[in-house]
Design a protein around this ligand. Structure first.
Ligand code: ADP
Ligand code: MG
Length: 334
């Protein structure tokens, strides 16, 4: 059974960035306005995320890391939103099977924080002979999740990572995506022990400011807003896209569907083709898009690590978005 769990976990979490994505989404779902990430050795040694969200009730800690434990399917109508998320209640469970996981959390109602450590879905004691139950400790409201020694018990996976700096770059990319998308939330990300953060955006920063701060070297004053919607296909889209003065070697596409960072090679290709007529010499655009699509129309069978997403009437929706991009690019500069 444990072997099965370990294999399943290794399929959900294949790299530090997957674990981090899940933890960021949990923190955002908890209503946090502040999110701090600390990383050691590309996330393989330490991946820690501290939020100021609503916290977890002490009573819920015992089952927190069991598979399918979720607080996010309360209402019946929520069932349709499974489409958005693909799977439920598997992230923390999976992480507990392939790493040392500890959780410190405090709700508004609690007079102290509680700290619990997990292995294979269950409480473990911090030291041999000590109690495996959660321990009361001092702490502020919110949750801190600490993931140590990721894949310590999956040597084959562990060996697959060539360099910590490569993994750290992917982590920064993931944090940067959510830092752009989640207006109203402050983000920071740094290496353990570092005095300065590699990403830092304040709560008050608007979306454009967020993009400018994070992509400062590449995106100057060359962005315009994009808005599109269509009732028939059940979608709405907003974002910021580069104009014809901007040209990079590679496309930057920050794509969110229903507030989850996803990939779509179909959308990427369509956008690149749209820009091709406006950007000579093979220049590539910067595009941040946030799409809201009726959850029932998004492909349910997305595997958490396969971020590639599909949805109904993809072609029609992409055509509308690309028309909008074309309109905006063909406007004469004033
Ligand atoms: P899911 O997000 O699909 O519900 P997870 O395994 O990611 O499953 O998390 C399990 C549950 O743990 C969540 O439903 C939520 O109740 C709780 N939880 C996880 N992280 C946090 C957090 N940062 N703040 C508050 N609650 C959290
Ligand atoms: Mg989750």
């Amino acid at each position: 059974q444990d072997v099965v769990n370990k294999i399943a976990a290794g399929e959900i979490i294949v790299a530090p960035e997957n674990a981090l994505k899940e933890l960021i989404e949990n923190a955002v779902d908890a209503g946090s306005t502040s999110l701090e990430v600390v990383i050691k050795e590309g996330g393989l040694k330490l991946l820690q995320i501290t939020d100021n969200g609503h916290g977890i009730d002490k009573e819920d800690l015992a089952i927190l890391c069991e598979r399918f434990t979720t607080s996010k399917l309360k209402a019946f109508e929520d069932l349709s939103s499974i489409g958005t998320y693909g799977f439920r209640g598997e992230a923390l469970a999976s992480i507990s099977h392939i790493a040392h996981l500890s959780v410190t959390t405090r709700t508004k109602e609690s007079s102290c924080a509680w700290r619990a450590q997990y292995s294979d879905g269950k409480f473990v004691s911090p030291k041999p002979g000590q109690n495996a139950e959660p321990k009361p400790i001092a702490g502020r409201g919110g949750t801190q999740i600490t993931v140590e020694d990721l894949f310590y018990n999956v040597p084959s996976r562990r060996r697959a990572f060539r360099s910590a700096s490569e993994e750290y770059a992917k982590i920064l990319d993931m944090v940067a995506r959510y830092a752009v998308h989640c207006a109203g939330v402050s983000f920071s990300c740094k290496k353990h022990g570092a005095s300065t953060a590699d990403i830092s955006v304040p709560t008050a920063a608007g979306t454009l400011d967020r993009i400018r701060q994070i992509h400062k070297a590449t995106v100057a004053n060359e962005l315009v807003t994009l808005n599109a919607e269509n009732e028939r296909w059940g979608f709405k889209c907003e974002g910021w896209i580069s104009n014809a003065n901007y040209s990079a070697k590679r496309t930057t596409l920050l794509l969110f569907i229903n507030h989850r960072s996803v990939e779509s090679s179909v959308i990427k290709k369509a956008i690149e083709q749209t820009y091709a007529t406006f950007l000579p010499k093979g220049g590539r655009p910067f595009v941040y898009l946030s799409l809201d699509i009726e959850p029932a129309r998004v492909d349910v069978n997305v595997h958490p690590t396969k971020r590639e997403v599909h949805f109904l009437n993809e072609d029609e929706i992409i055509a509308i978005i690309c028309d909008e991009i074309r309109n905006s690019l063909s406007k004469v500069d004033t």
